[in-house]
Structures are given as C-alpha cells and as structure tokens.
Design a protein around this ligand. Structure first.
Ligand code: HEC
Ligand code: HEC
Length: 443
C-alpha cells in the first residue's frame, strides 16, 4: 500500500497546533512508501536534520514545547531563541577545548583538539557517542566552588565529588574559557552520573552531591562575601537537591534520574517543557548550555542534538525481580489506583494540578518554571530513587506510602514537620501496601 507522506514528525511536532491551512491538492506532499516509524533511526535522522537545518522548525518546536509561556524560563526563550536576525542565533558558536580532570594525568589544553571535529555523525550510534563526550566534557561554566573543593580531598569526598575507576572526576573538567583562560568547569556528569560500587553509571541522580554545602565551604574558606539569605537557603538544600530556578522563590528540587525520558510527555518536575519531540529536548540542552555560559556563546547545535540522542539512550539498571505473586498483586493494585496518572510506559504521565497532588506547591507556582502542575515522574528503578517527590522531602518509599508523614512530629529530610500530599496508597492495609512496594521496586 502506498501512503501519503505527511511526515509523522510534522504531525507529532506541530499536530493540530499548526495554524497553516491544509495543503491544497495542487500542493500535495510527495508520496513515499510509508511514513517513518517514530523513534526509528531514519525518523530520528529526519528529526535531527530539521532541527539542525530549519530555523522555522526550531522556532515552531520551541513555541510548541513551552507549557506556560508566561514563566521566566519561557519568556527568556521566546525573546531570544531562533529569531535569525536577532537574539541567541547571533552568538558565536563555541566548540571548546576541554579535558577531564584527573588525579594523576595532566593533559595540556593546547595539545587537545576542540571537543568536536566538526563532522556530523551519520549514524545514531555516532550521535550517541558524540553525546557522551558532550555530557562528560562540554563545560556548563567555570566553577570556582568545585575547583576549591577539589583542593580539599576530605571536603570533596563529603560533598560527593567522586572518582571514577579511571581516576577522573566525572563532572569536572579543565577547559579553555571564552576569554582564553584555563579554568575548572562543570558538566552534566556532575549531577547526572555517579559511581556505584566502583562502577561509573550515567543517568542516576548523584544523590551524594551537596551543592549548597560546597558553595558555603568556599565562602567560609576564602572569605568571599555571600548574601546571608542565600547562605541560609543553601544550608537547607542537603545532598541531591539544588535550587535551579533563578527566582526568589524557595524551591529546591531533587536531581531527577534520567530514565525513560523518551516516554515522558513533559520534561522537568513541574512540566515546564512539553516534550513534543526530540527537538524539544535538543532545544532544552542548547539553551541550557548557552544560558549557563552566560549567553556569551552558543554550542554547535550538533552537540545539543547529540546530547539529546545520548539522553534517550540511557537505560535504568536491572532490578531484582521480587516475589512473582506479590509483584503481580502489586501490579493489579497499581493498574487500578495509580495508572490513571502514572500512565505511560515509563510510569510517568501528563501533568496534574498541583492542588490535586497536594505536595509542596512552591515549584509548581514559582515564577521561574512554574506551570501550576506537577508531572508524575518515571517509575523506573524507583526503589533506588530516594529522596522522593520533586523536592526530595521523603527519604524512603515506605515513608511516601505511610500516614506517619502527615503528623506534625514526623522527622523527614527537611527536619520535623508533616509532609503533605500524594495521599494515594497511604490508607491501604499492610498486605496491599507490601505488594505495591514489591511491584514498584521490581520496576
Ligand atoms: C548542578 C546539577 C545539575 C547539572 C550540572 C545538570 N543538571 Fe540536569 N537537572 C538538575 C536538576 C536539579 C533537575 C530538575 C529540574 C526540574 O525538575 O525543574 C535537572 C533536570 C534535568 C532534565 C529533565 C529531567 C526530567 O525528569 O524531565 C534533563 C533532561 C537534564 N537535567 C539533563 C541535563 C544535562 C544534559 C546536563 C548538562 C548539559 C545537565 N542536566 C546538567 C541538576 C543538574
Ligand atoms: C492524581 C494523579 C496521581 C495518582 C492517582 C498517583 N500519583 Fe504518584 N505521583 C503523581 C505526581 C504528580 C507525582 C509527583 C509529585 C511531586 O513530586 O510533588 C507523583 C509521584 C509519585 C512517586 C514519587 C517518585 C519519585 O521518584 O519521587 C511515586 C513512587 C508514586 N507517585 C507512586 C504512585 C503510586 C504507587 C500510586 C497509586 C497508589 C500513585 N503514585 C498515584 C501523580 C499521581
């Protein structure tokens, strides 16, 4: 059968939002044998080509991917991204020289080639490999706090600056900055990779990483001034959490695991980004990199696309299977009571009004990235995903499903006080709860 080639990509990205009139018969699209299968390699190649080569497609994808056009994250992008004649498109493209920081090897930056050789990969495997390089080596920015902590090995250990088996420090690089200076910088791997039992794993949140404590140590040791209010807030973050919004709202969030992103309809915990297709993730990464580098330069878009392909390739580690009967019972209960929201293949789903979820509303209502809603997170390797909820306020899964946390004398991650919201499952009998926990831990 021969099918009309209305590219699936166009449907997915533009869907019914496309304001253009339907093509007239005279302008009928070319005819091909079959539409490309979403997420197949040819489909991703075509999506990549459009993201890289069509400015209008980038602009449309951006607009379609911003859940709430009025928060500051969206406004900033709408004002600067994919405008061709103005804004971030005019920034110089930066392909930095950067080497992993390591205990025992000192690689000279001058003898190191720029991170990318300037040649577009031709296979998905090639894009994924390039994305891994970006993940470990493209500097988000210079980071004097990390540089300082690395001079104090005990502090470095205490705040989660771990060493990989090859003795590099994942997430820390030495690089030649835009101003020509050699600096210590941070990369994605600082928060989104970890060393578990001596093995480097990419994708899990680095739950030991204490960004607030690291910055406070820098100020204490160097005497560099810090706003007392900010210092007070940083002291409360604790490991695995950081306030990544640039507003005055007090809304630290837990670093999320990066599992199952492909299946998520929304990205970030307040669902700031509608995941209309891979271009939405590539745009997130492109703008994150240029924004964190103080909007002086932008990354080659190929590197943002490569990063997206790499993120999609990450898989949660294998989980123990659990007792089959218990797990099956847990799955039935889950399908009946939880699937309504945790509906997609990764166990996440579309956004839910913050008032209905009932957890701490600050992130959802914040000016920075708020949408008024929360996104059900993926439930993959969720047994190891603590602390739980967007703000990491609960240490264990058992706590999440126990009524004890509603008591004012409950002692949780944030100290003494009730942790409200997400009441589903908390009123079940012990046997049902045990089954549901067994199912969750096996997912
Ligand atoms: C300092 C720690 C830190 C660094 C460095 C960092 N992230 Fe994150 N990342 C976070 C936090 C915290 C969130 C949660 C933000 C939210 O939900 O609003 C997050 C969210 C994300 C998400 C959304 C995940 C989801 O569940 O929807 C992706 C994708 C991501 N980061 C990728 C990256 C990439 C790629 C890099 C490097 C360019 C990077 N991050 C650098 C801390 C970090
Ligand atoms: C009405 C929608 C809805 C229902 C029903 C629901 N959830 Fe959720 N769930 C969410 C949202 C939204 C979040 C994120 C809330 C936040 O971070 O503040 C969440 C978070 C979670 C988390 C925390 C994951 C993490 O990594 O922090 C787990 C586990 C979970 N849900 C399991 C369940 C189970 C099991 C059930 C059924 C007993 C259930 N949920 C029912 C919407 C729902």
């Amino acid at each position: 059968m021969r099918l009309r080639a209305i590219a699936v990509a166009t449907l997915l990205l533009d869907g019914c939002r496309d304001p253009r009139p339907a093509p007239s018969p005279a302008a009928a699209p070319t005819v091909v044998d079959a539409p490309l299968e979403p997420w197949s390699e040819p489909w991703l190649a075509e999506e990549g080509r459009r993201y890289l080569d069509e400015p209008a497609h980038r602009r449309r994808s951006l607009e379609a991917s911003l859940t709430s056009p009025d928060n500051s994250y969206s406004r900033q992008r709408l004002d600067h991204y994919a405008l061709s004649a103005t804004g971030w498109d005019l920034l110089p493209v930066w392909n930095p020289r950067s080497v992993p920081l390591s205990d025992d090897t000192v690689t000279s930056l001058d003898s190191t080639a720029p991170l990318w050789d300037g040649v577009r990969p031709t296979t998905l495997a090639g894009w994924v490999a390039l994305g891994r390089t970006v993940f470990f080596r493209y500097p988000l920015r210079e980071d004097p706090f990390v540089e300082h902590a690395l001079r104090r090995p005990e502090l470095a250990r205490a705040i989660g600056l771990v060493r990989a088996p090859d003795r590099t420090i994942p997430g820390a690089v030495r690089f030649r900055d835009v101003d020509g200076e050699s600096k210590v910088g941070i990369t994605c791997a600082l928060c989104h990779a970890d060393v578990h039992h001596g093995t480097l794993v990419v994708g899990p949140a680095r739950r030991s990483f204490d960004y607030g404590r690291m910055r406070l140590a820098y100020h204490a040791d160097t005497g560099a001034p810090v706003d007392p209010e900010l210092a007070r807030r940083m002291a409360t973050w604790g490991p695995g959490r950081a306030d990544v919004t640039e507003d005055l709202d007090e809304d630290p969030v837990a670093i999320p695991d990066l599992w199952g992103l492909r299946d998520q309809q929304y990205l970030t915990q307040a669902g700031t980004i509608r995941h209309v297709g891979p271009a939405a993730l590539a745009i997130r990464q492109e703008t994150q990199l240029l924004h964190s580098n103080h909007e002086r330069v932008r990354p080659p878009r190929e590197l943002a696309w490569a990063l997206a392909m790499y993120l999609y390739s990450l898989r949660a580690p294998a989980r123990p299977a659990g007792d089959p009967a218990l797990v099956a019972r847990g799955q039935r209960l889950f399908d009946e009571h939880c699937r309504e929201c945790h509906s997609n293949a990764a166990g996440g789903g579309p956004l839910v009004a913050a008032g209905r979820v009932g957890t701490h509303p600050a992130l959802a209502t914040g000016h920075g990235r708020g949408t008024g809603r929360y996104r059900p997170p993926a439930l993959l390797d969720v047994g190891a995903a603590g602390p739980y909820l967007h703000d990491g306020s609960l240490a264990t899964l058992a706590d999440l499903f126990s009524t004890a946390r509603f008591s004012p004398v409950y002692r949780g991650v944030n100290g003494v006080g009730a942790v409200h919201g997400h009441r589903w499952g908390t009123d079940w009998g012990d046997a049902d709860r045990a089954a549901m926990l067994a199912w969750l831990r096996a997912r």
